[in-house]
Design a protein around this ligand. Structure first.
Ligand code: ADP
Ligand code: ZN
Length: 438
């Protein structure tokens, strides 16, 4: 099927660079005035830098504005950054609290409409139309995943299945009975659904899925191939965070190489996480977003702590929206083990290249006698599990050597029985750090 030229809002998704800059300039100026007038917290931050709204004439002045961090959001909890009266707000969502205290975000009806359109762009880019049955297995509730994709699916006109996560066999039953064609969930839950499908004695031919839209947590290219194979689909990435609405800030197109950022709503910058200096296009650094259309909870220069690269290279899909690479993990996800920076995604890449292991793993870090210990528990495939001890120990050595190759440090590899590592229905837990360094 040719999905290359299918857009949800073509005039925006394919807008010329000049027109997009003009739109961003206008929206940024208005947004700065909005927060200055309505959010004392912002006014203080700007005053501390000696700024007034008159200093911001467009995106070229963006760098003058102060950053906002997750600590600010926690300090301002719950209403300190609200820019509209509560009577004009229609919804609240909250972060999943992966890294600490939750943050709450507010939405006006217009904020919801903008968000739904962002998700509709993602669904359309993955080949979705009103003929599709969209199976939303992200969690519903305060978490943004379910609500975001559900709203996008309604906009597109898909027949929407608000499944939420959990009850995995029933999910597959519904997929079969109701002919789900697009699956939306976390990549780790997609892998679990794939595993369950096979355990139920079914193959991708027994279901009707053609595409998946997966995000909310880091995942590797190897994981993508694994999910595509297990479910017989094309798997597309989607990115977002509660603070900037939820999923749909950026989405993947048919090229499947990086995500287009919805620049009419979000201005992206890459900064050096240590100095705060804005880095040129193509540099790896921390992603910073300014939401220029959000009414209830606008964020100016919000530091996401996600590490990635931006690129304006021409994309074969025809969209002109800037692209971001898959975040390789957040700066606060990064482990420092034996003095070396380690991202769980690096370990996932190694493990998924091995044919005898499953995509389920757990990194366990501890400190014994002032030295870090580093163990990786990896689940064996069923066939490998019944194999001889010799081949199991050969596999341990092979994985250990690959990890050493990539990270330069030694990990203890512990192969464990199939199904012994807990499966996740939402965001996967990949790390147990017992060092209590903070
Ligand atoms: P929490 O910060 O509590 O996890 P959210 O549910 O809002 O709250 O999660 C947003 C974060 O999830 C992002 O900052 C990013 O680290 C991660 N994330 C979201 N989508 C992706 C994706 N496609 N790839 C990698 N990481 C992602
Ligand atoms: Zn594209």
């Amino acid at each position: 099927m040719n999905i290359e030229n299918r857009y949800w809002q073509k005039d925006i998704e394919c807008m010329s660079r000049e027109d997009m800059k003009k739109l961003q300039d206008e929206r940024l100026v208005a947004q700065v005035k909005h927060v200055w007038d309505n959010v004392p917290y912002y006014r203080n931050l700007m005053e501390e830098k000696g700024l007034t709204p008159d200093d911001i004439k467009g995106t070229d002045d963006l760098h003058k504005l102060p950053f906002l961090s997750k600590a600010d959001l926690r300090e301002a909890y719950p209403y300190g950054l609200l820019a509209k009266p509560l009577s004009e707000c229609v919804r609240i969502h909250s972060t999943s609290g992966t890294t600490g205290k939750r943050v709450v975000a507010f939405y006006t009806q217009n904020d919801i409409d903008v968000w739904d359109n962002c998700c509709a762009r993602a669904i359309t880019a993955a080949g979705g139309t009103k003929e599709d049955v969209c199976h939303v297995a992200y969690g519903f509730g305060l978490f943004t995943g379910g609500a975001g994709l559900n709203g996008g699916s309604h906009k597109v006109g898909c027949l929407t299945l608000p499944m939420s996560s959990g009850n995995t066999e029933r999910q597959i039953q519904f997929m079969q009975d109701l002919g789900s064609t697009i699956l939306c969930c976390t990549p780790s839950y997609a892998a679990y659904l794939g595993e369950t499908l096979h355990e139920m004695g079914l193959t991708p031919d027994d279901i009707n899925l053609k595409a998946g839209i997966f995000g909310a947590e880091p995942w590797t290219e190897e994981m993508r191939s694994e999910i595509e194979r297990m479910l017989g689909i094309k798997a597309y990435d989607i990115y977002g965070l509660t603070e900037t609405s939820g999923p749909g800030v950026a989405f993947e197109c048919s090229e499947q190489s990086g995500m287009h950022i919805n620049e009419d709503n979000f201005i992206a910058e890459i900064i050096d996480p240590d100095t705060g200096e804005v880095l040129p296009e193509g540099s790896k650094g921390e992603l910073v977003f300014t939401s220029i259309t959000k009414e209830a909870f606008p964020l100016i220069r919000y530091r996401t702590r996600d590490i990635c690269v931006l690129s304006r290279e021409k994309c074969s899909c025809g969209r002109t929206l800037i692209k971001m690479t898959k975040p390789m993990g957040r700066s606060d996800d990064m482990l420092i083990i034996k003095g070396v920076n380690v991202f769980p995604s690096q370990i996932e890449s190694v493990l998924l290249k091995m044919s005898d292991t499953t995509p389920n793993y757990l990194i366990v870090v501890d400190r014994v006698n002032n030295k870090d210990t580093f163990e990786i528990q990896v689940e064996l495939s069923k066939t490998m599990f019944s194999d001889t001890i010799k081949s199991v120990s050969d596999l341990e050595k092979k994985i250990g050597a690959e990890i050493h190759n990539i990270l330069g440090i030694t990990a203890k590899i512990k192969l464990v029985e199939p199904k012994s590592i807990a499966r996740s229905e939402g965001k996967a837990v990949r790390v147990i750090d017992n060092r209590k360094l903070v």
